[in-house]
Design a protein. Structure first.
Length: 227
């Protein structure tokens, strides 16, 4: 499974474009007053304007080379500042064999750099730049219909990592370990790791393998569309 494209909604397109394109340095693919799209390694991410009356909140992870985690951490800390949990600004996930660090964007989305030690490739460099981001490695689907949503994804071959059982009250990682990409299915009102942000059901469109769209509305209902 590869996460090829993601569309999120935002309240302030100009501020978000300034952050991602100027402050972070992602390449602008296209944009208007109402949306913009950036290249995220081999993936693309679109931010589309929505009414400020609609609440939303996202978490997504960006895969980085397995030998550049410390360099990516230092790079992010200089530009945006890292988030801390229990005095630490990084974490190692044993089940993913991955190091991660986190930071906020201007609308409080939790952005993660993740360096999967067995899956992500090594680059022949000792410095990090935004051009070294590989692709989108994680994106959340927040819903209170955990079992129906996970069941529908299962029908399209998107299964829990390592054949784990789906949990109603926690975050579930779906997708093959070897692919280095996961859909995170979890309930609302959870506290996001390394954050004081509470998970909210949010409209989102996720494109998988250029062949499948996962479209969630603001009520947490999922529609799957074959492309």
């Amino acid at each position: 499974m590869k996460i090829t494209r993601v569309k999120l909604v935002v309240h302030d397109v100009q501020k978000m474009q300034q952050f991602y394109c100027e402050q972070m340095g992602f390449a602008l693919v296209k944009g208007t007053e109402d949306y913009f799209t950036i290249a995220v390694g081999d993936s693309e991410m679109t931010f589309e304007k929505i009414s400020s009356q609609i609440q939303k909140q996202y978490h997504f992870a960006l895969n980085i080379p397995n030998n550049l985690f410390q360099q990516a951490k230092d790079w992010a800390n200089l530009r945006v500042g890292l988030l801390f949990s229990e005095g630490q600004d990084e974490v190692y996930f044993q089940f993913l064999k991955a190091y991660s660090c986190y930071f906020y964007d201007p609308e409080g989305n939790i952005v993660e750099f993740i360096s999967r030690q067995e899956v992500n490739p090594k680059l022949n460099t000792t410095t990090f730049s935004i051009d070294h981001v590989l692709h989108i490695g994680e994106i959340n689907l927040t819903t209170d219909d955990i079992f129906p949503v996970a069941g529908e994804l299962n029908e399209y071959g998107i299964k829990p990592i390592n054949n784990k059982n789906i949990q109603q009250d926690s975050l579930n990682f779906l997708g093959n370990y070897e692919d280095g990409a996961n859909i995170l299915v979890g309930p609302s009102d959870r506290l996001w790791y390394f954050s004081d942000k509470i998970a909210q059901v949010s409209p989102i469109c996720i494109e998988i393998n250029d062949t499948l769209q996962l479209i969630m509305d603001e009520k947490g209902h999922l529609t799957v569309v074959k492309l």
